[in-house]
Design a protein around this ligand. Structure first.
Ligand code: COA
Length: 134
C-alpha cells in the first residue's frame, strides 16, 4: 500500500509558440484503506433504544498510528449527530490499546466491563463497552 504522494506534471501552452511550463503538483493518493460502521445489536448489552454502536477497521498496519482512525471515527460520530442521534456506543477488548486510546481521545466513557470475556490469540481479555454523548 502506498500512502505517499504522486507527482503530477501539468503542461501549459500559449498563443503562437509553445511556452512549456511544468508545474509539479504533489497530491495525496486517495486509497481505500478501511471502513467505519454502526450496528444496534450489541454483544452482552441490552439496547432497547437502538443507540448505534460504532466500529472501525483499518486492515493495513502500515496505516496505523497516523491519526487516521481517530479522524474517521470523529467524522462518523459527527455524521450520526447530524442524523439526530444523541449518543453512541463502541465495544472493544482490554488488549486493544489503540482502540481504547481512540475512544479516550474522542471522549467515550467506559460503562460496562465483562471480565475475561474475550479470547484473543489464546488469551482472555475483558470486554469493554463505552458510550459517548453526541
Ligand atoms: C484500532 C485502529 C482502528 C486504530 O487506528 P489508527 O489509525 O492507528 O488510530 P490513531 O492513529 O488515530 O490512534 C491510535 C492511538 O493509539 C495509540 N496506540 C497504538 N498502539 C498502542 C499500544 N499498543 N499501546 C498504547 N497506545 C497505543 C497511538 O499512539 C495513538 O494514540 P496517540 O494519538 O495518543 O499517539 C486500527 O489499529 C485497526 O483498524 N485495527 C484493527 C481493527 C480493530 O482493532 N478495530 C477496532 C475493533 S474494536
Amino acid at each position: 500500500m502506498n500512502l505517499g504522494r504522486e507527482k503530477i506534471v501539468i503542461k501549459v501552452s500559449s498563443n503562437g509558440f509553445t511556452d512549456e511550463k511544468h508545474l509539479s503538483m504533489w497530491e495525496r493518493i486517495a486509497k481505500h484503506i478501511g471502513w467505519v460502521s454502526s450496528y444496534v445489536d450489541l454483544d452482552y448489552v441490552d439496547n432497547p433504544g437502538h443507540i448505534p454502536a460504532v466500529g472501525i477497521d483499518i486492515p493495513a498496519a502500515e496505516a496505523w498510528n497516523k491519526g487516521i482512525g481517530t479522524q474517521a471515527l470523529r467524522q462518523f460520530l459527527g455524521y450520526l449527530k447530524k442524523r439526530g442521534y444523541k449518543s453512541a456506543y463502541t465495544q472493544t477488548w482490554s488488549g486493544n490499546h489503540a482502540m481504547l486510546r481512540i475512544a479516550e481521545k474522542l471522549g467515550f466513557t467506559e460503562i460496562v466491563r465483562k471480565k475475561d470475556y474475550r479470547m484473543v490469540d489464546g488469551k482472555l481479555y475483558d470486554a469493554i463497552t463505552l458510550r459517548i454523548d453526541l
